[in-house]
Design a binder for this molecule. Structure first.
Ligand code: GLA
Length: 390
């Protein structure tokens, strides 16, 4: 949405101009799934889909939130009170960010917020991380907190873990905060070091949302994390980042079948991320194909987070692209999207294959997005027009 449309909407609701706009993107993960909370490696990129939060400060302790997407719903809470869950599901993300900032001792000022987002929801493209990071950016600006992008990402993750009850890792919030245009970021989730990896100019990024209705995602997600932590304990390592396939096989009889499979996925996926980073740097499609296919296979059989609709989409696209494109599911699983890396000439090949084969077999309509890697969090002050978060 254009900034002045957002500003006009803000003025109509709050009867004042916003003092700034924080904008934070959704993401697609190229490879490295469920490795983040095991202190491993991930290779996501930010997208050009954004959540924008227009904000202004208030004279009281109230946070008043409206959204373009939910015009009949507003949320409001007082920062001086205990911050608890409210009736609005999206409003709870704002409460969650306020809750963790306040808990850490930050002095927060009341704000008016108007939210707008074009990040597809329920597609596994991190619409919630985009919201948390943008809201964190707004608090950072209004309350002069001087938080770095990494700190904002960590607060966003805490908001999910401690208020929304989703035990996610750091990937989504960190890429949303620190993404770089035309680059993926190799993130070491133990040290939080990031390294930009340029996406070759002739490589297209195609995301296909299965539109499969996701159910029980958080409880399944949290259970996977528990399985991984149990497996690490039995291997005698702090996290599975420090495990090897040899260690896993030596400890096999101590592990439940699920613990073994989850750990096998994580340990093998970590090494695929490192190889895929090199393949991306070398524009080596053959290796990307092999690594992304192995990642999907492992997510299907070892981590067991795919559904027939996402497996079907991967098969359809892989069948059409053959060795000309690398394909896998992406994100938190149990539905959501797949990602294809291919040459521009093959975008139509994918579109035709999906049109001819998906809805008739799965009774769902897929949505196809041809994307570019975009920028991470930006906070623009309306009057000064300059970026304030570095
Ligand atoms: C979700 C979580 C991330 C990560 C992915 C799977 O997106 O929010 O932390 O675990 O799933 O890779």
């Amino acid at each position: 949405m254009k900034l002045d449309t957002l500003s006009k909407g803000f003025k109509a609701i709050f009867d004042c101009e916003p003092t700034g706009i924080a904008s934070s993107p959704g993401r697609v993960n190229l490879i490295g799934e469920f490795t983040d909370y095991n202190d491993g490696f991930v290779l996501p990129c930010a997208l050009e889909f954004n959540t924008q939060v227009a904000f202004s400060d208030r004279d009281d302790n109230q946070v008043v939130v409206h959204s373009f997407q939910y015009p009949n719903e507003q949320d409001s809470f007082n920062l001086a009170d205990d911050i608890t869950q409210g009736d609005s599901q999206w409003g709870n993300y704002i409460r969650a960010v306020a809750f963790v900032l306040k808990r850490s001792g930050k002095m927060l000022k009341g704000m008016n917020l108007l939210i707008e987002s074009n990040v597809p929801q329920g597609a596994g493209l991190s619409s919630s991380a985009a919201l948390e990071v943008a809201v964190g950016g707004a608090f950072n600006n209004v309350s002069n907190l001087a938080l770095s992008k990494q700190e904002l990402a960590l607060f966003g993750q805490q908001a999910e873990n401690d208020f929304m009850d989703c035990q996610c890792g750091i990937m989504d919030q960190l890429i949303s905060a620190k993404g770089q245009k035309n680059n993926a970021l190799l993130i070491d989730c133990e040290s939080l070091e990031t390294k930009p990896v340029s996406i070759p100019k002739d490589l297209s990024l195609v995301i296909i949302n299965s539109n499969y209705p996701r159910k029980l995602v958080d409880s399944e997600y949290n259970q996977r994390r528990i399985d991984c932590e149990q497996a690490a304990k039995k291997l005698g390592v702090k996290t599975l980042r420090h495990g090897t396939i040899d260690m896993l096989n030596a400890a096999k009889s101590d592990l439940s079948s699920n613990e073994y499979k989850r750990a096998h996925h994580v340990i093998s996926e970590n090494s695929r991320v490192i190889k895929a980073t090199e393949a991306l740097e070398n524009n080596d499609m053959a290796s990307l194909c092999t690594l992304m296919a192995a990642s999907h296979h492992s997510l299907k059989h070892d981590f067991e987070v795919t559904v027939p609709a996402t497996d079907g989409l991967v098969e359809i696209c892989k069948g059409a692209l053959q060795e000309r494109g690398a394909v896998r599911m992406t994100g938190g699983g149990f539905g959501g999207a797949i990602v294809c890396l291919c040459r521009a000439d093959d975008i139509d090949t994918i579109k035709h294959a999906v049109k001819d084969n998906y809805s008739q077999n799965f009774n769902l309509e897929a949505s196809i997005f041809v994307c570019q890697a975009g920028e991470g969090l930006a906070v623009v002050e309306q009057k000064l027009q300059n970026e304030t978060v570095s």
